[in-house]
Design a protein around this ligand. Structure first.
Ligand code: 1GP
Length: 243
């Protein structure tokens, strides 16, 4: 399946919002997977993202291999590291952490990944990853040793996202961090969306149907939610009220 990006563009053209459910291989036991995925398949989810800041080697491969048996939804890798690349997925967000100044996460890890990607069938989607401060230190911050952009620096956030687009990235991902105390404010989503000509992903700290609605109404094309499902899978029921 090499149509993931095209289908994202097409959904936007049709005015359809997208939801990715994020599964962290470190937090999801394989035995729980089948029951969880049944709920995902019945929900409004359009994508499954797989990844985490730190994941034990081979866990991603095992999880993705199992996942593809249970769902027809596109499986998109959202890796914290090159050890999280699996051939069994459909696409890879080739993330460059453009809000930070750590060369490892801007280009070096990407160079290391090429040996694996050169002959791969994965659809590789270059993605500008923009980390925004949320009130507490997140694992992305710890692992990447970068500082998020303060949420009041709206112009810097806009310019960073736009620079990603001008560099040729195909998606911008505004990230508040997994388990963030607060999601990205509507004002920031709106301001960034107004400047971009490429799809906008928003994630981090979204725990209610209302927060999801606000993200969509502010301009997010695709929203990513992980923790809310990990903490309470009745959240699937709450989501039925959206859209
Ligand atoms: C994290 O944006 C994703 O990278 C999802 O965040 O786990 O807070 O939903 P949550």
């Amino acid at each position: 399946m090499k149509e993931i990006y095209h289908n994202i563009l097409y959904s936007i053209f049709e005015g359809k919002k997208m939801l990715a459910i994020l599964i962290d291989p470190d937090k999801m036991a394989l035995q729980q997977l089948s029951a969880f995925i049944q709920k995902v398949n019945l929900s409004m989810a359009t994508h499954i993202f797989v990844g985490g800041s730190t994941v034990e080697d081979h866990l991603t491969e095992a999880l993705v291999f199992e996942l593809q048996k249970h769902t027809k939804l596109p499986i998109v890798l959202f890796p914290g590291d090159i050890t999280q690349i699996s051939e069994h997925a459909d696409a890879l967000l080739f993330l460059s952490l453009i809000s930070g100044d750590n060369p490892d996460y801007l280009i070096k890890k990407h160079i290391s990944a090429v040996a694996q990607l050169r002959h791969s069938n994965l659809e590789v989607i270059p993605t500008g990853y923009v980390l925004i401060e949320n009130g507490k230190e997140t694992s992305v911050e710890k692992v990447t040793q970068t500082k998020p952009i303060p949420r009041q620096n709206i112009q810097q956030i806009i310019d960073t996202a736009k620079a990603g687009e001008l560099l040729g990235m195909k998606l911008i991902y505004l990230e508040s961090g997994s388990g963030a105390l607060q999601p990205i404010p509507a004002e920031i989503i709106c301001a960034v969306k107004n400047e971009l000509n490429i799809p906008l992903i928003v994630g981090g700290g979204i725990r209610t149907a209302q927060e999801l609605e606000i993200a969509y109404q502010s301009g997010a094309d695709l929203v990513v939610i992980g923790t809310a499902f990990e903490d309470d899978d009745t959240f699937f029921e709450e989501l039925k009220l959206v859209l």
